[in-house]
Design a protein. Structure first.
Length: 569
C-alpha cells in the first residue's frame, strides 16, 4: 500500500458506521489515528473542540499538520513565543502515548489529553473537558494563596528562581538575594528518580501533586513537603508557580504530632487525595488518615485508626497489603506504586492505585512508617478499556473487527514454524442477505447479522477466532489443527447452522453461506497469501452455486467432495 494514498474508511462498510455511532455516544472527544499519525475517525465532540473555521478535519490529515494550523491560528495559548518547542513536546507525548496531561484552549476551556497505542500501530486520542474541575482546583489554590503559604516562582526553561515570598524564605532559611540565585536542584536535589530535568520537561500539573517531595533547607535539613504547581506567565516568560505545604512535622508521629493532631486533621482533610500513614514498628497500625481515604476505601477512619489491616480485612487481602508494605519499606523514599482491585464494605469493586513511600522520625534512623497516597482509577480504566474494545471489535455483533482479526491471524501463523501443526482460514459470505435488507429493512438485517455471529461462535473451539470483516462478510481462523478434516467439519457445520431459518419480528427468513478455505503450514504461512487463497476459494464457491465451501487447494477440494455433498444437502 502506498503510504501517501488517501485513507478510505468506507472500505470497512457497516463496521465503520457502527464504530462511528459508538464513539459519537461517548461524552469525551475521541479521534482514531492510523500508524502514520493520520486521522481515520473522530466524533462530533472532537470536531467541536478542535475543528472549526480554518481547522477542517478530513480523513488522512496528519496530526502534526493539524497541530501546526492550531498554533498558527492562536488556538494554543501555551505555545505563544515558543511554538516549535511546544510542537516538538506535544508530538513526542502523542507518539509515546502514555499517561495524561492537561492543556487550556484559547476559549479558556481545560482539556485532559490521553493518547493510547493500538495493536496495529495507530493511536486513539481521548479528550475530556475538565474545565469545571480545573476551576475548582484553581479556587482551592487561591484559598491557600490568601493564607501565609510558602510560594516561589520558577523559570520553566532555566529552572532558576524568579520570585519568592516571605513564608518561603522562613521555611527554607535563605535571604531573598541568595534564594533568587538558586535553581530547582538546590532545594530539590533528587527530584523524581533523581532527575530534575525530567520533571521540568513535563508540563505543570493542573491538579496538586499527590506525592510528597524531599526539599532541603539552607542548613541542610530535609523537609517533607507537598507541592501545588500551576503554569503562568511572569515577566513574559513561561513560569511555574509553586505553593509549598510543609508536612515534615505533621508526619513525625511522635509526641509533638499527637499534640497537634487537630491541626493535622484540618490540613489533611483539605487534600482531595486519600492519605494514610502506618506505623510498621507497631504491627502496621494506622496512625493517620484523611476524609478522602474514607471515601476511596469505603470505611470511616473511626473504624480504622489504631488497627492493622488484618483486623478488618480477610486474611488473603490483608496478606497482599502486608507484602506491598514490606516492599515499600525496602524501597525507601523512592516508593512503589500498587494497583489493586478492592471490594468495599458496600460491595462495590473499585480499582485503587496507591503510591507508598517509607520514612523515619529522623535521618539517622531506619524507615519506620509507610505513607500511602491513593486514588480511585476505576472509571478512568473502564473508559480506556471501552475505547480500546470499540477500536478492535465490531459494534453490532461484538466480534473482533478486521484489524484485530488480521493481528490474530498473523500471530497464529507466526506460531506454525517449527511445528507440524496446520492453520485453516475460512472466509464466509452470506448468500441472500441483501434481500432481507431490501424486504424487511436494515433493522431486520442487523438482527440477522447478530444471530449469525452467535451461531458462528457456537461452532468454534476456545482456540479459534471468529470475526466480522464488514457487511455480511465473516471469517474464522482455526488454529491449531492436526488435519484438514477439521476444517471440513467446521465448514459443513457452519453451512448447516447458517442455512437454518432465522426469525425476525415473527417473520421466518432464510439465507445461506458460501465459504472459501485456505490452509497454512510451517512452510506456507504468509498472511497475504493465505488470505488471498481463501478469497479465491470463496469466489469459486459462490460461482459454483453458493451455499457450499471450496478449498483453495483443488486436491483438498477433491478429497472433501463427499463431505461437502453431505453438508450442503
Amino acid at each position: 500500500m502506498n503510504d501517501d494514498a488517501p485513507i478510505d474508511t468506507a472500505a470497512d462498510g457497516d463496521h465503520a458506521a457502527h464504530l462511528r455511532d459508538a464513539i459519537e455516544a461517548l461524552p469525551e472527544a475521541v479521534a482514531v489515528f492510523d500508524d502514520k499519525d493520520r486521522f481515520v475517525l473522530w466524533n462530533r465532540r472532537f470536531e467541536e473542540v478542535y475543528g472549526g473555521e480554518g481547522l477542517p478535519l478530513h480523513v488522512g490529515l496528519a496530526f502534526e499538520e493539524h497541530l501546526r494550523r492550531s498554533v498558527a491560528l492562536g488556538r494554543v495559548p501555551a505555545a505563544f513565543g515558543h511554538e516549535e518547542q511546544w510542537l516538538g513536546e506535544r508530538l513526542a507525548r502523542f507518539r509515546d502515548a502514555h499517561g495524561a496531561h492537561e492543556h487550556q484552549l484559547s476559549n479558556g476551556q481545560w482539556v485532559r489529553v490521553q493518547d493510547r497505542k493500538l495493536p496495529n500501530g495507530g493511536r486513539v486520542g481521548i479528550r475530556a473537558d475538565i474545565t469545571e474541575v480545573a476551576d475548582r482546583e484553581q479556587s482551592f489554590r487561591l484559598m491557600f494563596h490568601a493564607n501565609p503559604t510558602p510560594m516561589f516562582l520558577l523559570n520553566r526553561d532555566s529552572r532558576k528562581m524568579m520570585g519568592v515570598n516571605d513564608a518561603a524564605l522562613r521555611l527554607y532559611g535563605y535571604s531573598r538575594e541568595v534564594f533568587l540565585e538558586l535553581s530547582l536542584p538546590d532545594i530539590w536535589p533528587q527530584g523524581p528518580s533523581g532527575n530534575v530535568d525530567a520533571w521540568a520537561d513535563q508540563p505543570p500539573r493542573a491538579e496538586p501533586n499527590s506525592v510528597p517531595r524531599l526539599h532541603r533547607t539552607a542548613s541542610g535539613e530535609v523537609l517533607i513537603v507537598r507541592v501545588n504547581e500551576s503554569a503562568t506567565l511572569y515577566a513574559g516568560r513561561p513560569t511555574v508557580l509553586a505553593a509549598i505545604f510543609d508536612l515534615t512535622e505533621l508526619l513525625r508521629l511522635g509526641d509533638e504530632v499527637r499534640r497537634s493532631r487537630s491541626f493535622l486533621r484540618k490540613v489533611l482533610d483539605q487534600i482531595p487525595t486519600a492519605v494514610f500513614v502506618k506505623d510498621m514498628e507497631d504491627g502496621g497500625r494506622y496512625v493517620l488518615r484523611n476524609k478522602a481515604a474514607d471515601a476511596v476505601f469505603g470505611r470511616p477512619s473511626a473504624l480504622v485508626l489504631g488497627k492493622s489491616d488484618v483486623e478488618f480485612l480477610d486474611r488473603e487481602h490483608a496478606g497482599r497489603i502486608a507484602r506491598s508494605d514490606r516492599e515499600s519499606m525496602r524501597s525507601g523514599s523512592s516508593g512503589i506504586v500498587d494497583d489493586e482491585t478492592v471490594t468495599r464494605p458496600d460491595g462495590a469493586r473499585r480499582l485503587i492505585r496507591t503510591h507508598k513511600i517509607s520514612f523515619s522520625d529522623d535521618d539517622a534512623s531506619p524507615p519506620r512508617y509507610v505513607l500511602g497516597i491513593a486514588e480511585d482509577v476505576t472509571e478512568q480504566r473502564a473508559s480506556e478499556a471501552r475505547i480500546a474494545f470499540m477500536a478492535h471489535h465490531d459494534a453490532l455483533t461484538g466480534l473482533p473487527n478486521r484489524y484485530l482479526f488480521q493481528d490474530r491471524l498473523g500471530s497464529a501463523l507466526a506460531r506454525l514454524p517449527g511445528t507440524d501443526q496446520l492453520l485453516a482460514l475460512l472466509l464466509i459470505d452470506l448468500d441472500g442477505f441483501k434481500s432481507i435488507n431490501d424486504t424487511w429493512g436494515h433493522a431486520a438485517g442487523d438482527e440477522v447479522l447478530k444471530s449469525v455471529a452467535e451461531r458462528i461462535n457456537a461452532c468454534l473451539r476456545p482456540t479459534d477466532t471468529g470475526a466480522r470483516l464488514g457487511g455480511d462478510e465473516f471469517a474464522v481462523v482455526m488454529a491449531p489443527i492436526e488435519q484438514v478434516g477439521e476444517a471440513v467439519w467446521l465448514a459443513t457445520r457452519l453451512i448447516g447452522q447458517l442455512s437454518s431459518a432465522f426469525w425476525v419480528g415473527g417473520q421466518r427468513v432464510e439465507i445461506g453461506a458460501s465459504i472459501g478455505i485456505s490452509c497454512a503450514s510451517a512452510r506456507h504461512c504468509d498472511p497475504e497469501n493465505v488470505t488471498a487463497a481463501a478469497d479465491t476459494a470463496l469466489y469459486d464457491a459462490k460461482r459454483q452455486g453458493k451455499n457450499r465451501f471450496r478449498f483453495a487447494d483443488a486436491a483438498l477440494d477433491t478429497r472433501s467432495n463427499d463431505t461437502r455433498s453431505k453438508g450442503t444437502a
